[in-house]
Write a protein that binds this ligand. Structure first.
Ligand SMILES: Nc1ncnc2c1ncn2[C@@H]1O[C@H](COP(=O)(O)OP(=O)(O)O)[C@@H](O)[C@H]1O
Ligand SMILES: [Mg+2]
Length: 513
């Protein structure tokens, strides 16, 4: 860009929010259809995360309408793509003074710890609100109430995109029963409901499978209501926050940890900043890297950093990362979730924890067969309990399923089958920032394949048993029909000299032969 007065290029410094808004397509805000889907997804996921942090069974209501939320007037008829979205949850609420920063500022959040959560970058919800404001020029309305408080705070907010700061334009309070708590976010946005409807509804369907302990309700602009009542009251235990594992960090992270540490020696830095490094492992590690155990971490130079990073990758004595930071669904919950689809058989398996590039992960798989399922294979993919709906053909699970030899298990391609694959990890290997499909990492592929094969073996047994039982029943039915046919024929024949009782007893003998 050239300045107006001369030919010196003008230097422009973009704010974080301005940068993200310009590049919003990388986070999925590509067009009005996909933006609507991503907005609902981001807000719903924030609500689920929020409820799970306080171990409350989520009850979430999502209302999408083309009417004004407060007056119910059809204010947006001039532009049918302007919609109003409200997401209300029973989470912990947000402290009034934190609302603007958490929801009005990019890259600000409470989920930057080393544990599994749906949100990761402090970005999704804030970007969804910013998208809404830029496309409709309307302010955002947030109503939030904390546990044990007797009032809701209601804030109206605008976002200053150039400065990446929120501006509060109105603030009030209203009384609330002490037992209620949670957050409701309401704002307008441009979205293409007709083109995104199918996908948004499957997003709700699939979310309800993965969080069967939640009660979800989605009200559409067409006046339809999709209600997903809770089918289980067992919530998986919340993941624990852990220290990072040495294999999963990069130079920048290491530098940051050195800046933040209060320790004075490398030995204590290693034992207190990482998981799975005790005193003995740390001593051996420092001998191998030829670093002085007594050196103050703040005196590390670039060469020391690089040497440490190399050794983090190759040192053989670190134990595998702990899986305590993960929150898998477990087999019982997966079965409850799949039962929402009403199949005849459900088989679910959870694999043991494994590790890729220093990040712990757990694979869970499930297969539903028959019942209300339609014929042919379908796949439900989840990562950290988020349904993945786009780019299925590129996902590792899809490749595995396409290559399965179903015949080996007595099954066919056109059998009514639904496959479910869930990966949970402190770092899911997404291929893109849009978080839509999982990369083909060797160890991940192996875990998914083994899990599915295990389920298929069990399912094969069940289906074989069922076929056997059906065949037996059919044979018996045929025989019964045959006997009654003979009986009727004989009865109607007055000339018959054989007593019916005698005939039946002889047929019984034949049947048992
Ligand atoms: N419904 C909610 N209830 C409580 N806190 C919330 C809610 N929605 C968002 N937050 C807070 O706002 C932060 C920013 O949200 P977001 O921009 O979506 O980023 P992320 O979810 O990646 O952290 C979250 O980390 C969380 O602390
Ligand atoms: Mg989020």
């Amino acid at each position: 860009m050239l300045s107006a007065t001369g030919n010196t290029p003008e230097i422009v410094e973009l704010s974080v929010s301005s940068w993200f808004y310009r590049n919003r397509a990388i986070a999925g805000f590509e067009n009005p259809a996909r933006s609507l889907y991503v907005s609902i997804r981001e807000l719903l996921e924030n609500s689920l995360d929020a409820c799970e942090t306080i171990n409350v069974l989520p009850g979430i209501r999502v209302v999408l309408t083309n009417k004004d939320e407060t007056t119910s007037e059809d204010l947006f008829s001039a532009d049918p793509q302007v919609l109003n979205l409200t997401v209300r949850d029973n989470g912990p609420g947000i402290q009034k003074e934190n609302v603007p920063r958490l929801l009005g500022k990019m890259l600000t959040g409470t989920k930057f710890q080393y544990k599994q959560s749906r949100g990761t970058f402090g970005l999704g919800g804030s970007l969804a609100l910013l998208y809404g404001q830029v496309t409709t020029q309307q302010p955002i309305r947030i109503k939030t109430g904390l546990i044990d408080s007797d009032y809701y705070t209601i804030l109206q907010m605008r976002l200053d995109i150039e400065k990446n700061t929120p501006i509060i334009i109105d603030e009030s309070q209203t009384p609330k029963p002490i037992s209620e708590h949670g957050t409701s976010i309401s704002y307008s946005l441009k979205g293409d409901w007709l083109r995104s409807k199918k996908r948004i509804i499957s997003y709700f369907d699939q979310t309800s499978v993965m969080v069967p302990y939640s009660s979800l309700r989605f009200e559409t602009p067409d006046g339809e209501v999709f209600a997903y009542p809770r089918v289980s009251v067992n919530m998986p235990p919340a993941p624990k926050e852990m220290l990072p594992h040495p294999r999963g960090i990069d130079v920048e992270m290491l530098k940051q940890m050195v800046v933040e540490t209060k320790t004075r020696t490398l030995l204590s830095f290693l034992t207190s900043s990482f998981q799975q490094i005790g005193k003995k492992t740390a001593t051996d590690f420092l001998i191998e890297t030829q670093l002085d155990a007594k050196k103050n971490p703040s005196n590390l130079n670039l060469d020391d950093f690089l040497r440490m990073m190399d050794a983090f990758e190759t040192f053989p004595k670190f134990r595998a990362p702990s899986a305590d930071s993960l929150a898998p669904a477990d087999e019982e919950l997966l079965t409850a979730g799949l039962s929402r689809l009403n199949p005849e058989f459900i088989v679910a398996r959870q694999r043991d924890p494994n590790v890729y590039s220093g990040h712990p992960f757990i694979i869970e798989v499930g297969i539903g067969y028959g019942g209300a399922l339609s014929s042919g294979l379908s796949l439900l993919r989840f990562a950290n309990r988020i349904p993945l709906l786009y780019d299925e053909s590129s996902d590792v699970s899809n490749r595995i399923i396409r290559n399965l030899n179903l015949k080996k298990y007595g099954l066919k391609q056109d059998d009514p089958l639904v496959f479910l694959v869930h990966m949970c990890s402190t770092k899911v290997p997404y291929k893109t920032v849009g978080k839509e499909y999982i990369a083909d990492v060797d160890v991940v592929r192996k875990e998914i394949s083994l899990g599915l094969m295990d389920c298929l073996r069990r399912l094969g047994e069940l289906v074989r048993k069922k076929h056997k039982a059906t065949r037996k029943m059919r044979r018996e039915n045929r025989l019964t029909n045959y006997y009654s046919f003979i009986a009727n024929t004989l009865e109607s024949s007055s000339k018959s000299s054989v007593s019916l009782a005698k005939l039946f007893s002889s047929l019984e003998v034949n049947k048992n032969e």
